[in-house]
Write a protein that binds this ligand. Sequence first.
Ligand SMILES: Cc1cc2nc3c(=O)[nH]c(=O)nc-3n(C[C@H](O)[C@H](O)[C@H](O)COP(=O)(O)O)c2cc1C
Length: 205
Amino acid sequence: MSVTVLGISASPRFEGNSDLLLRQALAGAESAAAETEYVRLCDLNITPCTECNFCYESGKCRIDDDYQTLCSKMLEADRMIFATPVFFMTVSAQAKTLIDRCQCLWAQKFVLKQPLITTGRDRRAMVIAVGGTKSKKMFDSIRLTMKYYLNVLDMRYAANLFVNHVDALGEIEKHPSAMNEAFRLGKELVTAPKAPDQPLDVQLT
Ligand SMILES: Cc1cc2nc3c(=O)[nH]c(=O)nc-3n(C[C@H](O)[C@H](O)[C@H](O)COP(=O)(O)O)c2cc1C
């Protein structure tokens, strides 16, 4: 059976910089015979969490929108590659809306103490982020948010690809190494015998 890889693109820009890196990473995964799926959050209807706490008793989210299908995909995939632009020092609104809706998974795990997935699965994720400036702290918030999000999803945080000082639409294609690194890391996410103890941290300027 092929390793399955779910790519989630959280940029509002079609073929934005993080989106282009995600596609390269998925191409890298495919080069290692993985079965990939690409999802663009802007194409989906996912409304924000209303904090109704229905999930604290049911483990389910009662909002009936595209989150339900995407949630199943996130739980089924062997690997996930999550790509976001840096907006105000954190993930995009599209990304944050999806992450907040995963509160029902948090409730299922930590309030109701029900397992999300079959135990013993090797699930891993990689995070891609691109920011326009050179601020030193621009990925700090994303690191922390993704750490907790991936923990809720029962996924090992295997790698980051963070690129700064890339702003204009599609500018990433002119970067000397980012596209190649995305391909390499996407391939490695599939082929590495196990997830590293700490996320592999690739930061490029
Ligand atoms: C609403 C908004 C907020 C942004 N905030 C930041 C920021 O805090 N730090 C930064 O370095 N770049 C910021 N940028 C620039 C984007 O991160 C940059 O253009 C990036 O290349 C976008 O990636 P994308 O093409 O994948 O959407 C912001 C852009 C927008 C539109």
